[in-house]
Ligand binder design. Structure first.
Ligand code: AMP
Ligand code: MG
Length: 404
């Protein structure tokens, strides 16, 4: 099978990824989920003419000259308004967030007024313009306006929007169920001390972390070693209830790289198995006969992070109907020169900052290759070097993707 570009691979992933059904969740469980419905305002916002200040609701007409004295005829507090008609020469004491009484067209703030005669009269020290310190009904949002679109990932601020318009239950996409499976005879679980020639499995933890950050529910499968029959059994079993299985290791050209043969024996359809990418060339994307998608990521921990972020993350978000499933390209100035490679696009670890002019700057990190996952832990972005570009000088503009 031929090597394809990252862009082609990403396109295949989005094309082959079906959408999951939606479900209703209670609002308090909606954070981080992808909206499966448009959110529509059920009322104007504000729902009434609202005072922006503590002060006095008046007719601007009466306060054309200052100082001027007006008779206090009532009080309008938030949640307990004054619902009579304000007449000429009158003022209503008003609080922030309270409804402005009919007849009043402006609010003078409390700092520019003082009360006299036991609070029956107010002296306003400055003139007011009509409309001052009032947010008109519907000025922010009008009833029936769409305030959030389906495909949006719900953040904390959006929780307030949902609450304000009465979405006690929210229609969101079902969470993808992701099985995480590490291959490699050298691996021992995290609670064990590695013996001779052994290392602890770390990929299952980064993969699970990334998957959970995209809204997935993760199932950790037992370590699979390097045995095709065991691999097949575990994949088959996980496929019964997983939407996606993410494996790591066993996809290179070594004698013990058995993930692809296991998938083939399970009659999976392989969409790609080599991407023109550094790190992460031997990345596999396949579908099992029952529809479960499989990402066969390389074993090196850095390759895992890069290929998960480029491909598996995209699938998990596309499944949930996210409007922007793939990580966006941004442009940054390079702080240090970087080297590319022939035939493959490089995705190099970097940190993003801004300079005093507000320009985005990418600092490439020193790293020891695709096994250097300790350095990679400080990475906030990847610098993209196009295939066949030998090097890019400091100061040049480059494409970057922000990791999350
Ligand atoms: P492989 O692609 O299976 O040849 O693995 C490439 C490298 O990644 C080897 O050095 C493996 O030991 C390492 N590796 C594979 N799987 C894991 C894992 N789950 N956790 C940490 N390192 C791993
Ligand atoms: Mg291996």
């Amino acid at each position: 099978m031929k090597m394809i570009s990252v862009a082609e691979a990403t396109q295949i992933v989005t094309q082959q990824t079906p959408k999951l059904p939606s479900e209703e969740v209670e609002l308090q469980h909606a954070l981080g989920r992808v909206l499966a419905e448009d959110v529509v305002a059920d009322s104007d916002l504000p729902p009434f003419d609202r005072s922006q200040m503590d002060g006095y609701a008046v007719r601007a007409e009466d306060v054309k000259c200052a100082p001027v004295r007006l008779r206090i005829v009532g009080e309008s507090a938030a949640g307990r308004g004054w619902h009579q008609q304000l007449e000429e020469g009158q003022a209503v004491r008003i609080m922030t967030g309270a409804p402005v009484p009919a007849g009043a067209d402006s609010v003078q703030q409390v700092e520019l007024a003082h009360e006299l005669k036991d609070g029956t009269v107010v002296e306003l020290l400055d003139v007011v313009e009509p409309g001052k310190s009032i947010v008109r009904r519907g000025a922010e949002i009008q009833a029936n306006e769409t305030v959030l679109n389906a495909g949006t990932t719900i953040n904390a601020a959006m929780m307030a929007v949902l609450a304000a318009f009465g979405y006690a239950k929210v229609k969101v996409s079902r969470r993808p169920r992701v099985g995480v499976l590490a291959t490699g005879t050298e691996l021992v679980p995290v609670d064990q001390t590695p013996g001779q020639d052994q290392i602890r499995d770390s990929n299952n933890y980064s993969i699970a972390g990334y998957a959970e950050l995209t809204g997935a529910v993760v199932e950790r499968l037992p370590l699979a070693g390097d045995e095709t029959s065991l691999l097949k059994r575990q994949i088959n079993k996980a496929a019964e209830h997983c939407d996606v299985i993410v494996t790591s290791g066993g996809v290179s050209m070594g004698v013990y790289d058995l993930t692809k043969s296991a998938l083939k024996e399970l009659e999976a359809e392989l969409f790609f198995e080599r991407v023109a990418l550094r790190p992460g060339k031997p990345t596999v994307f396949a579908r099992l006969p029952n529809g479960t998608l499989v990402f066969g990521l390389p074993g090196n921990p850095v390759s895992v992070s890069v290929t998960f972020s480029l491909f598996a993350r995209t699938a998990l978000l596309a499944m949930q109907g996210a409007s922007e499933p793939a990580l966006k390209h941004e442009t940054a100035a390079l702080a240090k020169s970087v080297k590319g490679t022939s035939e493959r696009e490089s995705y190099l670890p970097a940190q993003l900052t801004t300079n005093d002019d507000g320009q985005l700057i990418a600092f490439p990190l020193k790293w020891g290759g695709s096994s250097d996952f300790v350095s990679f832990a400080l990475t906030t972005a990847l610098v993209i070097v196009p295939a066949d570009v030998k090097s890019i000088e400091a100061g040049s503009l480059v494409k970057v993707i922000r990791l999350n």
